[in-house]
Design a protein around this ligand. Structure first.
Ligand code: ADP
Ligand code: MG
Length: 293
């Protein structure tokens, strides 16, 4: 669904240049739920905005659902934003109109007309578990409920890809868990591909695939040892309140030119600070990296 290779995004403001993405690699399969973590300023929102067609990439390669977002024309980009992707932000005020009901809010962006539009809106409210609140005005709903309306809106035009930038940033941890469960169900029931940006390591610990971004580059990828769904089944609810470091296996990212990105914590641990060469040897089917002698 998503393929980024050596993706670069440079923001130019007057004579200042900010390299927000500097050669990022990322592959996401259709139907996957992926979390992206990283410090503030590491390029997470930039990546999401590029994937959502809100920002043009500067260089490299990025294709989403077979569409090349570097080459795409303005007209195609409008269609892409309308039909292929849905967006959820942390601050749901950006998506919602307070004096309309939940249902009216969801109906607004739907491209269908009349009765079909209503039916679609009801389906989407049902998908996010809010049918019973459809007639309430937005300002009568809790923060978590409002966020679910925002998710229903993002799904209204049946996108294949849902992008969520810190979707749980302004709700409590109980609600954050419910929203994560909702995303997981949507992946399964609608076959949706979902990418969530989060800075909450506990939340990331509950997603099977976590990608860490540092300084605008993919720094490593973590895959859960045991799927979260499986762990829940074995241990009951509340399982897996661990950071990805404990629950996941960490992988370094290998790009097409065979360049390997080694998480800096590993290099620091073997005293590789300020060195630009590392010893590489092959030992019994393993590639071993060690400080130069
Ligand atoms: P994150 O979401 O991980 O906090 P961002 O993607 O928002 O990071 O930002 C990455 C870098 O790009 C930061 O240095 C930020 O200041 C810069 N940046 C983001 N958006 C813009 C913009 N529109 N113009 C200039 N610089 C920007
Ligand atoms: Mg951000």
């Amino acid at each position: 669904m998503i393929r980024c290779e050596n993706l670069v995004k440079i923001y130019k403001r007057a004579d200042l240049e900010v390299v927000a993405l500097q050669g990022l690699d990322l592959h996401v399969e259709a139907g996957e739920l992926t979390a992206i973590i990283g410090n503030s300023g590491s390029g997470k929102s930039t990546l999401l905005n590029v994937l959502g067609g809100l920002d043009r990439p500067t260089a490299g390669q990025v294709t989403v659902d077979g569409k090349d977002l570097l080459q795409i024309s303005e007209n195609e980009l409008v269609l892409y934003k309308r039909e292929s992707v849905g967006f959820v932000w942390q601050n749901n005020a950006r998506n919602l109109i307070p004096y309309l009901t939940a249902q009216e809010n969801v109906e607004l962006p739907i491209l269908l007309k009349g009765r079909r539009k209503q039916i679609r809106a009801l389906e989407m409210l049902d998908a996010v578990g809010l049918s019973h609140r459809r007639k309430n005005r937005l300002n009568q709903l809790s923060g978590g409920e409002q966020q679910r309306v925002a998710i229903a809106i993002a799904l209204a035009n049946h996108p294949k890809l849902l992008l969520a930038d810190e979707p749980t940033g302004s709700v409590d941890s109980n609600m954050a868990n419910q929203i994560l469960d909702l995303f997981r169900n949507l992946c399964r029931s609608l076959g949706l591909t979902i990418v969530i940006v989060t800075h909450d390591p506990l939340l990331a610990g509950k997603v099977d695939r976590v990608i860490a971004i540092r300084d605008g580059k993919t720094s490593s990828e973590m895959i859960r040892r045991k799927s979260y769904a499986q762990e829940l089944e074995e241990l009951g609810s509340g399982a897996g309140a661990e950071q990805p470091e404990q629950s996941h296996i960490e992988y370094a990212v290998l790009d097409r030119a065979c360049r390997l990105q080694i998480p800096s914590a590993y290099l620091d641990a073997i005293g590789m600070k300020n060195k630009n060469k590392i010893r590489v040897t092959l030992e019994e089917g393993r590639i071993v990296l060690s400080p130069p002698q």
